[in-house]
Ligand binder design. Structure first.
Ligand code: PLP
Length: 448
């Protein structure tokens, strides 16, 4: 089957179940997975993909599932978007790799120039390219330490920054990310974030003051190289800080010689209805870290920021064999072009309105939905025991499982495992989005 189906937006945009989920071929492959792949590499929904595009993933049994996950906020422009396929194919025929650190190529420069232009702030900027989000976060910390000649790093409650040693230390949640994998990198400290649903009465500036007090008492600005924050937390539960929190934090960093780093790996590239989540409050980070949505599914990440900070590390201090791979750069240029020409930020805002309206309507009649939040096409519902703030992870799991069984890919997240998150590709049609929402509506009504 996988040889017969072509992906991309031409794939019939429909939910179609012809076997149970997962079907017999997927189950067969899952048995091989268990025998061949380390169990530590988990799978949310073991249907094996044969093709994907627009708003659907088609599996090896011929089932077509609605995609509310985008491979974790990666295929923002859709899978196998024709412009991305064409750009990567051209590059594939020209050359696949020379290593930018050996003999460079123009695609890398074009991506750097584009990121310098579109990221928040009009100051002089530089960019360095890497492969994964975690690798880029690590490099942002390296750069901040090199520039400030200081060592400490502050991350936040509910933060997620990756699975490498330094980024594990920066990530808040033990299971599954950290348990048994220590010792972790030193000089990483944690501050409280603004989490309006669990924080009532603490507005943004007050939450920032609370964090700043912890930082001043427990770390000291004179030791602190960088504050690293997701402007909207991803894995931690799509936590949108109260207005004023991020600007106050950024202002404190600026006043105290601390590099303010925005981890926009999940929020970047039109996902939240602005090009970057920082744009929403006019926050200008010193360094911005991007990945996921940047290259339509090819592995690419970046650190972009103030020229004087980015240029602090010595020549040869940054890089990597594959960083800024030519195929990934070609894909990124096509993605950035699509975001501008198709006004994907506007599309994310439309999707956000559709999602929010539906979930708020559902919340009005279902007290298990404690909170509906997010921005643009990054929306979540937090599930609780009715009338309380007590997390209901079990219900969250059951709803996700029921949605999967009916052909809708949804993801969960949150420190307490009680958040359903919705990250549809911006290429999804209104019809498919509505069908997915209708389906969730009935799942909520049936599961008591
Ligand atoms: C996914 C993610 C990362 C890690 O990216 P990888 O490419 O998986 O290493 C870092 N920060 C945030 C906010 C993320 O969502």
């Amino acid at each position: 089957m996988s040889d017969l189906i072509e992906g991309g937006p031409k794939l019939p945009q429909e939910r179609r179940l012809i076997t149970e989920i997962p079907g017999p071929r997927s189950r067969e492959l899952q048995t091989r997975k268990t025998a061949a792949v380390a169990q530590g590499v988990g799978t949310v929904l073991p249907i094996y993909a044969a093709a994907a595009g627009g708003g659907v993933v088609v599996d090896v049994d011929g089932n077509s599932l609605i995609d509310f996950g985008s491979g974790i906020a990666v295929t923002t422009v859709g899978n196998s978007a024709p412009a991305v396929v064409a750009a990567v194919s051209n590059q594939l025929n020209a050359f696949t790799h020379t290593c930018f650190m050996v003999t460079p190529y123009e695609g890398y420069l074009q991506v750097a120039e584009a990121l310098n232009r579109i990221t928040p702030g009009s100051h002089d900027k530089r960019t360095a390219l890497f492969n994964s989000g975690a690798e880029a976060v690590e490099n942002a910390v390296k750069i901040a330490r090199s520039y400030t000649r200081k060592q400490a790093v502050v991350a936040f409650d509910h933060a997620y920054h990756g699975r490498t040693n330094l980024t594990m230390a920066m990530t808040a949640k033990n299971q599954p990310y950290k348990n048994g994998f220590g010792p972790f990198a030193s000089e990483v400290y944690r501050a409280p974030v603004s989490y309006p649903f669990r924080d009532s009465g603490v507005d943004g500036p007050a939450a920032a003051q609370r964090a700043i007090e912890v930082i001043e008492k427990q770390v000291g600005a004179e030791n602190l190289a960088a504050v690293v924050i997701e402007p909207i937390q991803g894995e931690g539960g799509f936590v949108v800080p109260a207005p004023g929190f991020l600007p106050a934090l950024a202002a404190w960093c600026q006043a105290n010689g601390v590099v303010f780093i925005a981890d926009e790996v999940q929020t970047g590239f039109a996902r939240t209805g602005d090009l970057f989540a920082c744009d929403h409050e006019g926050v200008v980070p010193d360094l911005i870290v991007t990945a996921k949505g940047i290259a339509g599914g090819l592995p690419l990440s970046a650190v972009t920021g103030r020229a004087e900070i980015m240029d602090a590390p010595h020549v040869g201090g940054l890089g990597g064999t594959y960083g800024g791979n030519p195929l990934a750069c070609a894909a990124a240029l096509a993605v950035l072009d699509l975001i501008e020409t198709d006004d994907l930020s506007g599309r994310a805002r439309e999707l956000g309105r559709l999602l929010t309206d539906r979930f708020e309507a559902l919340q009005a009649s279902d007290a298990r939905i404690g909170d509906v939040r997010g921005r643009g096409a990054m929306i979540a519902v937090e599930l609780v025991e009715p009338g309380t703030h007590t997390p209901d992870a079990d219900l969250t799991r059951r709803i996700a499982a029921a949605a999967h069984a009916r052909g809708l890919i949804v993801l969960t997240c949150g420190t307490y495992g009680n958040v359903l998150r919705f990250l549809p590709p911006l290429a999804i049609s209104d019809e498919l989005l509505t069908e997915g929402l209708d389906l969730l509506d009935s799942v909520f009504k049936e599961l008591t």
